[in-house]
Design a protein around this ligand. Structure first.
Ligand code: GLN
Length: 298
């Protein structure tokens, strides 16, 4: 007798003890479920199933016929349902890779993105000969930039700040998780907690999305902290503040290095120029979009 009602789905196993779900069926079902709502249904399905089974993606490929137990099937089903509602994969698994390091992420922090590696790459390349530098990552969020720099240059003295105490707790956790040494985590808005100090490098991935940007209504951005994303009508409020105030916290010749929107290159160049920064260097991200500007104090 067929115990499964005709409209049942391979993922709905918890009510039917005779039905088993294999890895391959679970993936297929999830891909189908996520097709309409995710730009990457197959990748999402794979990451979520690896999370549930605590396995690598190679395991999924090697063992397509392996069965999920009832608990695993139910947990996977729940995650797929949440993903279907739009929750970012990184918030569902609680982690995201950046610079080949693992970062814990929660809705208190922006999810680290590939474009931000552009800043890390630039800093490592440009200052590779400097054995000791004082660096501050302003608005560190998950700690992605600070931890990546600390991993590459353990001799540098790195400070990380954030206005969100919850974010600082996560950044601290990520430094421990990745066994990197961040000299100090300090709480406060932009220059407030470092007012009396001077650095060789100030780096930041500030909020830079315009408040009415339609992208805020789609994808992962809907679930990320608005305070880490938006910054006034042009998305330039925090970038302007950073360029205006950074000079006081930089040694002479010190660098300000900022991430920005792909369409803000010219505005950022002007903001740097107005505040007396020189030798402006702009870089494209991995997608070929202008994403980073760096300049130094005279
Ligand atoms: N790069 C992110 C995005 O456009 C925004 C991050 C930020 O505002 N710092 O999705």
């Amino acid at each position: 007798m067929n115990t499964r009602p005709s409209n049942s789905h391979p993922l709905q196993t918890e009510t039917d003890i005779h039905t088993v779900t294999t890895i391959s069926q679970a993936l297929q079902g999830a891909r189908h479920e996520l097709q309409a709502c995710s730009p990457s249904p197959a990748v999402d399905a794979g990451i979520l199933l690896c999370h549930v089974l605590a396995c690598t993606s190679a395991h999924l490929i090697a063992w397509p016929e392996k069965e999920l137990n009832a608990e695993q099937a139910m947990q996977f089903e729940q995650l797929v349902a949440q993903r279907k509602q739009g929750t970012p994969v990184a918030y569902l698994t609680g982690t995201r890779e950046f610079w080949s390091l693992d970062f814990k992420v929660t809705p208190d922090v922006l999810i680290p993105r590939a474009e931000t590696e552009t800043l890390v790459e630039f800093i490592i390349e440009t200052f590779s000969e400097q054995p000791s530098l004082n660096v501050v990552d302003l608005g560190t969020g998950s700690g992605a930039i600070a931890c990546a720099l600390a991993r590459e240059r353990p001799g540098w003295n790195i400070t990380a700040t954030d206005v969100s105490e919850q974010a600082l707790v996560i950044a601290q956790h990520n430094a421990t998780l990745n066994q990197v040494n961040i000299a100090e985590f300090v709480h406060g808005s932009w220059f407030e907690p470092i007012r009396d100090r001077q650095f060789d490098i100030i780096v930041s991935n500030p909020p830079y999305v315009a408040v009415n940007d339609p992208h805020l209504e789609s994808g992962d951005l809907r679930f990320e902290p608005t305070s880490a994303l938006t910054s006034g009508e042009q998305g330039m409020d925090d970038i302007r503040r950073l360029t205006q105030q950074a000079g006081a916290c930089l040694k002479s010749g010190g660098w300000l290095i900022l991430e920005h929107g792909f369409d803000q290159q010219q505005l950022v160049r002007e903001a740097f120029g107005k505040s007396g920064f020189i030798d402006i260097i702009q870089r494209n991200d991995i997608a070929g979009l202008p994403r980073m500007s760096a300049a130094h104090k005279a």
